[in-house]
Ligand binder design. Structure first.
Ligand SMILES: [Zn+2]
Length: 623
């Protein structure tokens, strides 16, 4: 699909990449706000390795090599195509895209799925509010004390007690295939379709951008159905292991407080929001996964798991503990007193009491220790041994980066509680850590887009540059640092002077881009759609920065007539020299006795050869 570079440029210029990435990753400003750093969201990052450059409107991760501009970021993060990324960013910037030729016609496209889900969300909500058949649903929600404001904000809905109601409502708007793609209906074994969510109160599940992606349906009291909750099946836009309920509503508050509260149920989450504890989310009826944790730690430093104070809560808390420790997140376990769920607790004690509990919730490892003490008799040697082993297994699962003061304190605490010497505890931990490391070799890094790049480019990223790569990269780095200099390059060199296939392509694009308009590096990257080339362009730019080429290009030479910076001049001359050397080799090869036997060398050739060898001699002495 071809978008005018105008619209791309307009969208790009209306998008601040720092704000955009800041919505997904907690960024810390550096160098007076010109750079920002944060945890990379494209690999499992423990030390902030993502850099975002405000002036260049670009980003780059030094570990997994993710990088590019605002379009690349959305493409990689949302796993969408360029047109979809453009659509997302245009919407975000309030820019209307030209309609014609834009919508894809296939029924399963993401934008069609989102459209069907939004339509269904609003229809379910209207039905809940207005339809006579929804009275039991309204009664149930009222019994939970949910305010009108929350009902509206969370778009609480209802699906009537009929297996083809939604299909009927959709007639003339969406084809059954579209509803199926959005998982709003299912297929019958005997052929044909049936509605999902029949006679259930519906909680729309929305993604970070507040788009409905699925629904959680709860049966009404008195319904004998065994499953209290039923969630939409997974779809291209709905993945339970990644999504959490209410992240769109909680995101700002999570970022502000750097804390996220995870409850067990949708109604608990809504109760928390209603009472003003808005940094609250829930998983979608599944246990917490690594992906959930990865998602949440982009926003929060502290994760508080909220459980009813019963045994099930304790057991659940224990289960997720290792996963969190391994992810190096400050995990707290909050068990509510008296077996209350958050809803009941808030009604009885209020929001401040809950905030107090959040503040003082014990760290996960402390919590684990407490659980183990309840499980094994600490008075016996065997009991103490078991507690020590189980405790250290959990600690050993934590990444190296978390071997911090916290761990030190924990070792002291364990030793104290179990009546052991600290060194004993530490050496046992070292042993267990060795065993754990053998059992589970570290995941060999990132399934990032970088792996899909051609080997030629990977070689550059890995720092395995040949002498030719170095010369070629330098030229392009200069152009990234000072795009205006492209005119000097154009006069003296062409694409074929670059051998590396991707760099060659990039130089060609730069030259033709510069011919069309006065260009900047951002507009150049923004105009490209190839993710690999974009990534390479930003890599070159970041190389240029780290070498401070801008300063090197300001150095002036002795020749006052020369307007081309000497640094660039040298770079151009090197490449020209390589070209000459190469063509001389070709000439010599073609004139060599083996190849051109019998034909005497031309005068022309002899003259060229003489000049070449003289120049090479001078070059050697001056270089
Ligand atoms: Zn990364």
């Amino acid at each position: 699909m071809d978008f005018s570079s105008d619209i791309k440029e307009q969208v790009r210029s209306q998008t601040d990449i720092v704000a955009l990435i800041g919505e997904a990753v907690a960024l810390t400003p550096q160098r007076g706000g010109r750079e920002h750093v944060g945890l990379c969201c494209f690999h499992d990052d423990h030390n902030p390795s993502m850099r975002v450059y405000a002036d260049r409107q670009s980003y780059r991760c030094w570990v997994c090599n993710a990088g590019g501009d605002c379009f690349s970021f959305v493409q990689e993060r949302e796993k969408v195509s360029f047109p979809e990324a453009l659509e997302i960013l245009a919407k975000r910037a309030g820019i209307k895209l030209p309609e014609r030729g834009f919508r894809k016609s296939d029924d399963g496209s993401r934008s069609q799925i989102y459209e069907a889900l939004l339509w269904a969300q609003e229809l379910f909500h209207k039905t809940f509010l207005q339809d006579a058949s929804a009275q039991p649903a309204r009664d149930y929600i009222a019994s939970r004390g949910m305010s009108d404001e929350m009902i509206k904000q969370f778009r609480i809905g209802y699906h009537p007690n009929s297996w083809d109601w939604l299909l009927g409502q959709a007639r003339g708007k969406f084809k059954p295939e579209q509803l199926l793609a959005a998982r709003l209906i299912g297929e019958r074994d005997s052929g044909g379709y049936h509605d999902h969510f029949v006679d259930r109160v519906l909680f729309p599940i929305r993604n970070e951008r507040a788009q409905a992606v699925g629904f959680g349906g709860r049966i009404l009291p008195g319904n004998p159905h065994p499953a209290k909750y039923w969630n939409s099946p997974e779809s291209p836009v709905f993945q339970k292991s990644k999504l959490v309920f209410a992240l769109d509503a909680a995101r700002d508050e999570i970022r502000k407080t750097e804390t996220v509260l995870i409850c067990e149920g949708y109604t608990d989450v809504i109760a928390c929001h209603q009472y003003g504890v808005k940094n609250t989310v829930a998983t979608l009826g599944t246990a917490l996964t690594d992906q959930h944790v990865t998602t949440l730690k982009r926003f929060a430093k502290k994760v508080v798991l909220v459980y009813d104070g019963d045994d099930a809560g304790l057991a659940a808390a224990e289960r997720v503990l290792e996963r969190f420790i391994a992810q190096d997140v400050d995990l707290r376990i909050l068990t509510l007193p008296g077996g209350h769920d958050p809803d009941e607790f808030l009604a009885a004690e209020g929001a401040d009491a809950l905030r107090q509990l959040i503040e003082t919730a014990p760290e996960a490892l402390d919590f684990k220790l407490k659980c183990l003490q309840a499980k094994y008799p600490i008075k016996t040697l065997d009991g103490r041994q078991r507690i020590l082993e189980e405790m250290l297994e959990v600690v050993a699962a934590a990444p190296k980066s978390s071997q911090t003061v916290r761990e030190g304190l924990l070792m002291v605490a364990i030793a104290e509680k179990l009546g052991l010497r600290e060194e004993q505890v530490r050496s046992r931990l070292a042993e267990i850590r060795g065993q754990v490391a053998q059992r589970a070799p570290r995941r060999v890094a990132e399934e990032s887009a970088a792996q899909l790049l051609p080997d030629e480019t990977q070689r550059l990223y890995r720092g395995q540059l040949t002498i030719h790569d170095r010369m070629e990269c330098e030229l392009l780095e200069i152009l990234a640092a000072a795009p205006g200099l492209v005119r000097f390059v154009r006069e003296e060199l062409d694409e074929l002077d670059i051998r590396h296939p991707q760099l060659q392509l990039l130089l060609g694009l730069m030259v033709s881009h510069a011919e069309r308009q006065s260009w900047s590096f951002q507009s150049f990257v923004g105009a490209m759609e190839d993710q690999g080339l974009k990534n390479l362009a930003t890599w070159l730019d970041h190389q240029a920065r780290s070498k401070d080429l801008t300063a090197k290009l300001r150095e002036t030479g002795d020749d006052s007539e020369e307007t081309c910076p000497p640094f660039l001049r040298r770079s151009i001359e090197n490449l020209k020299w390589r070209r000459e050397e190469q063509s001389q080799q070709h000439r010599e090869a073609s004139m060599s006795p083996e190849l051109g036997e019998g034909s005497p060398p031309h005068d022309d050739f002899l003259r060229q050869a003489l000049q070449f060898h003289q120049r090479r001699a001078t070059k050697r002495t001056t270089a």
